[in-house]
Design a binder for this molecule. Structure first.
Ligand code: FCB
Length: 448
């Protein structure tokens, strides 16, 4: 497929791929790992589209060396993975599982040996089940347990991890996990889930302190953002769009950058004196996960929510039915710059990617031109944002491998590398070859 040459990215720009533990590792009952909320959720009939679980997933726990070789072949300079809290602390707190830590030692050492920076996310949604049994993120204690866990991981890997990410998408974990129940732990509290926001952010702030004490490496959080588009001109439509923007884009950013919580009409009784200072601990990098913009209009009169979400027309769509909107990424990055000004840390795009129904042809090749077009468009959007003056220092593709996509099970393929789930066989797709070429030509990196 013909594309104009990609403009060059700044020297030192970080090229990466992202994954998360529960989606790829498998080995759910191996070497002392404890249960997570996703094991429980996936075992509940009707929760996962194809009835599957992450018990085996991509078996990355056993195939990590092969996967590291795939990354080395791609030419990425960084790998964003997540540490499984229940693998290193099977009951969530207290007794440490040394075998679990050993796995991450092997992984990190293998990455470094291949010239790939390890970027570790500490919480990518797989809460230890015993922590959930004690109230999960509704319970303030979970923030303290999270900081202890961060301290443990940093004590072991702090000399080798090059960038820490505390939480992955606390907004999605709150809204789908505790608000609407589509994700684990499957609660349906709607706006009563605000304590989950606050306790995650408090846990983040406490973890930043623990990481700084143990490691000289920079610290980030990875937030999900979606530029909001009012789908009507009435004041009610604009008010609905503003409410959604506060919830999705500001709730997890304003307090991090010292602005306190946006006005959302929540009961904020759980916020104690001093919490906002902990949460506003300085960040070195803001991780931006971007998939699509959101169309919003005024809700129906009997709606429990102050907004209604409406599909955006006029864009191609992925197999997830998400609009392919690279313009939204440039718009989002400009919004962050305009809103937060000098308080905004440098940004790395910590997730960007798409699902398509990729399958091998008769020769075993997997051609995914739609993903190539997607990545091409989104990289150009990042480049344009840099030219607009936004400090973007890296881009991680979601994902290296086809993997277990939460409530969608194995039905959504996001990988640069195809995985045949019954056998675990990996086949790089045509997007892998495209990205390799792109990194080699558009991304001079003095480190390589
Ligand atoms: C993000 C998640 C990631 C993956 C992608 C498709 O919201 O962080 O684990 O599921 O969506």
């Amino acid at each position: 497929m013909p594309h104009a040459p990609m403009p060059e990215f700044p020297t030192g720009f970080r090229w990466g791929v992202s994954t998360s533990a529960y989606q790829i590792e498998g080995a759910a009952d191996t070497d002392g790992r404890g249960p997570s909320i996703w094991d429980t959720f996936a075992a509940t009939p009707g929760r996962i589209a194809d009835g599957s679980s992450g018990a085996v997933a991509c078996d990355h726990y056993h195939r990590y060396a092969e996967d590291t070789a795939l990354m080395a072949g791609l030419g990425v300079t960084a790998y964003r993975f997540s540490v499984s809290w229940p693998r290193v602390l099977p009951t969530g707190a207290g007794a440490v599982n040394a075998s679990g830590l050993d796995f991450y030692d092997r992984l990190v050492d293998g990455l470094l040996a291949n010239g790939i920076d390890p970027v570790a996310t500490l919480f990518h949604w797989d809460l230890p089940q015993p922590i959930e049994d004690a109230g999960g993120w509704l319970n303030r204690d979970t923030a303290y347990r999270f900081a202890e866990y961060a301290d443990l991981v940093a004590a072991h890997l702090g000399d080798r991890v090059k960038l820490w990410i505390t939480l992955n998408e606390p907004f999605i974990h709150m809204s789908l996990g505790y608000g609407t129940g589509e994700h684990a732990p499957g609660r349906t509290l709607l706006f009563d889930s605000f304590p989950v926001a606050h306790h995650q952010l408090l846990g983040h702030g406490l973890a930043v302190g623990a990481l700084r004490a143990r490691s000289g490496s920079p610290v980030a959080i990875a937030n999900n953002y979606s530029p909001v588009r009012p789908m009507g001109d009435s004041p009610a439509d604009h008010a609905a769009a503003a409410a959604y923007e506060a919830l999705h884009n500001r709730l997890f950013t304003d307090p991090l950058l010292g602005r306190g919580y946006p006005e959302l009409g929540f009961d904020q009784d759980v916020v104690r004196d001093g919490d906002l200072d902990v949460i506003a601990a300085p960040l070195d990098v803001l991780g931006v996960n971007y998939y699509n913009p959101t169309g919003v209009r005024a809700p129906e009169a009997d709606s429990p929510l102050p907004f209604a979400l409406v599909p955006l027309e006029g864009y191609p769509r992925t197999a997830f039915d998400w609009p392919v909107a690279p313009d939204g990424l440039r718009e989002l990055l400009g919004w962050l710059r305009d809103r937060y000004g000098p308080d905004l840390p440098p940004i790395q795009i910590t997730e960007s990617g798409c699902a398509y129904d990729d399958e091998p042809d008769a020769q075993g090749r997997v051609s995914d031109p739609d993903r190539i077009a997607y990545l091409d468009g989104h990289l150009r959007a990042v480049h344009a944002a840099i030219a607009d003056g936004v400090d973007v220092t890296g881009y991680f593709v979601w994902s290296l491998l086809d993997n277990w996509e939460w409530a969608e099970g194995f039905t959504k393929r996001f990988g640069l590398v195809h995985v045949d789930f019954p056998t675990g066989r990996r086949t790089p797709k045509s997007s892998y070859a495209w990205l390799r070429e792109m990194i080699a030509t558009a991304g001079p990196d003095p480190l390589r």
